[in-house]
Design a protein around this ligand. Sequence first.
Ligand code: CMP
Length: 154
Amino acid sequence: METEQTLVLIKPDGVQRGLIGEVIARYEHKGLKIVGMKLQQLPRDTAETLYAIHHGKPFYDVLIEFIISAPIVALAIEGRDAIELVRILNGETDPRESQPGTIRGDFSINITHNIVHASDSPQSAQRELEIVFTPEERYKYHRMDEAILHPSVV
Ligand code: CMP
């Protein structure tokens, strides 16, 4: 188990449906730490950089137009195994395959409007965090429940 940081975007559908607080609560209640957060409408070039891996795929143009269509909330999330834990909390990319209890399983039926994006590996987390956050925008602080969440290291 390793302390990691990962990038989450609450997509325009999550923001426009009033789900910002609900989504953030899922991560916070799990024991993950929000170390960076901002509301912003992504410039097209930033969206294209973030999603460069999908360039040329059939859904690429729709994905880019959607992600820049309205503000998103970007979160830098820290915790032990944060990358995997966030992806478990999010559910499958296709909400129709997501279990109830996950964010996508509870709130979405559409693969484009699937509420959240999260980094899928340590390499993509580092790359994506650096695209969206400056080092100063990721903060260091202690949660008061860390001794309970991680008794072996406190
Ligand atoms: P996300 O985790 O943001 O990464 C890329 C996004 O492309 C994905 O979530 C979906 O919203 C969107 N997408 C649309 N169609 C597909 C597809 N067939 N496979 C994967 N992602 C898709």
